[in-house]
Design a binder for this molecule. Sequence first.
Ligand code: PLP
Length: 284
Amino acid sequence: RWAYVDGVFVPFASAAVPLEDRGLEFSESLYEVVAVINGKPFRLADHVERMLQGARELGLQEGVPPLARWQHVVADLWARERFDSAILYAQLTGGTAAREHLPGQRKKPLFFAYLRPFTFPAPSLIAQGIAAVTVPEMRWQRRDIKTTMLLPAVLAKQQARQKGAQEAIFVGQDGYVNEGASSNVCVVRSGVVASPPPGERLLEGVTLKAVSELCAELGLPFHRRWVSLSDLKGADEVFIASTTTLIMPVVRLDGQLVGGGKPGPITLRLAYHFQKLFTGEQTA
Ligand code: PLP
């Protein structure tokens, strides 16, 4: 296995980050997970743009490689490993400095990336759907930035697992749905697909963007609007969307069946077309 660290390719086992890396000590750090099918990254440009936006917020924009470099890194890693199906994990950190909240010297960001073999959900799994639970929002206020401060997401996923579910859906104190612990949430009501509005409350998913484009192509109305907890629970269909789950129907929510306990027709239609895009389009 190989990794790309600070501009060079190194064996995965000997790749390392210094103890005083600011990503490690302060979570001053952003990440991306990109699907790579037969060596082709899915919507790489969207991922790079999202990291760049986050990096501007953190003052780390100089550390984000340009798109062409990402393409080169994926191609080079893939040439070494040739996984049929993998994720590219990429992380940008504040780099190394003597441990202080505000470091004295100017720091140089650290960028690293590697491929990890990954099996995306097969159509047969998507046809079954998953269970989800709702949990109170417990993350910080800037969820539009894809930082590695993932402890609340890890704890929420543990809660989900304890209840026999695969995803946890964060609901704000105001009773409105934000997103899944590692996915965006969509509801379908009377043939209209809806997802909570973009903003600081949630991460704008690359997959969600593809969902909105697919809806436009298929003539399905797609709205960004507030979704209350009761709205979620009473929806005809619910699905989550993310790089690793693709479009995945939610058929059980807090122990209650959604839409009779089977994936709904609109979700399955979107999942089918997404699968085609995912396995066929594969360009940045
Ligand atoms: N929201 C959160 C909190 C996530 O962690 C993720 C992805 O892991 C998403 C949404 C979906 O984003 P994407 O479709 O770009 O994978």
